[in-house]
Ligand binder design. Sequence first.
Ligand code: KG4
Ligand code: ZN
Length: 347
Amino acid sequence: MILAIETSCDDTCAAVTDGPRVLSNVISSQAAAHARFGGVVPEVASRHHVELVNPVVDAALAEAGTTLDEIDAIAVTVRPGLIGALLVGVSTAKALAAATGKPLIPVDHLLGHVAASWLEPEPLAPPFLGLIASGGHTLLAGVRERTGFELLGSTLDDAAGEALDKAARMLGLGYPGGPAIQRVAVDGDPAAFKFPVAMSRDPGLDFSFSGLKTALVYAVRAIEKEAGEADAEAAVSARQADLAASFQAAVVDQLISKISRALDAAERAGEAWPALALGGGVAANSLLRERAAELCDRRDIRLKLLPIELCTDNAAMIAAAASGLGPIAYPDYLDIDAAAVSRKAAA
Ligand code: KG4
Ligand code: ZN
């Protein structure tokens, strides 16, 4: 049994897993504390983590019907993320491990998002192609084993979720933006605005969302200009659903196109991926899920969709990743540090 702690961003999370079984997965969201700032404020996040981490760990143990004595190892997210936020989890995990004589397993947050797929229900074992799309990251992962993944492509600028969050702010929809855009887009026409999908110039597997964001700024400005100063706000408001639907469709188009390309490339190389897994907060998006289902149907490969609570940040996925890594005994883990960026990204 692994007890895992995740505090890389604005959710304080702890979970207990037993192999692929999730015994508890406690997530204390700070979204309300950050909403009025329109995004996560790092120092506010750290302070909330300090207050929440012990009760959240206690709740995870209680919900799993277990105690620290029965835990075999303690896992914790050590990178990438907000450094102050990560430090709260890392210090807590080290203290718990040292006090109880258990080993520690340091985990990369992104491997965590990938590893969420090998948890129940319907665990998916490697090999598979993974798309991780969250507020901080957008990447394609070639997953062949449980110890890591090959980075096939990542975003050159904004993450997909970040683009949705910024678009939502521009449209006056609040934070977090992804769910708000999805809600409003239901009543909109995805073909109302032609936003760029950022494919033509880039033949590779990297993503780019900043051009899309700029296109939205111009579309909003054009509506405002046409309406005149007095009616600008009402005019944008009247087109809110169409703007949201078109923007969401452009984000999803790009994600699906790059997945398609990655599947093609593997096929050409003679090692076709037998499955696709979606992870990260944006994987909660229903349009993305639908389009991915169509794609996998057409290609006759398995699609692994996660329950929403395993898409967004959580500690069960950190425990899952830890189960494929080696535990580190006392005192060797004491000099492990939190890091704001991935080793891979830093290299
Ligand atoms: O994985 P996550 O919880 O945290 C990070 O590691 O970033 O992802 C949060 C991101 C936010 O940008 C949020 O707007 C987006 O996921 N998100 C969604 C949906 N739910 C959350 N985006 C699109 N559609 C959704 N339903
Ligand atoms: Zn995440």
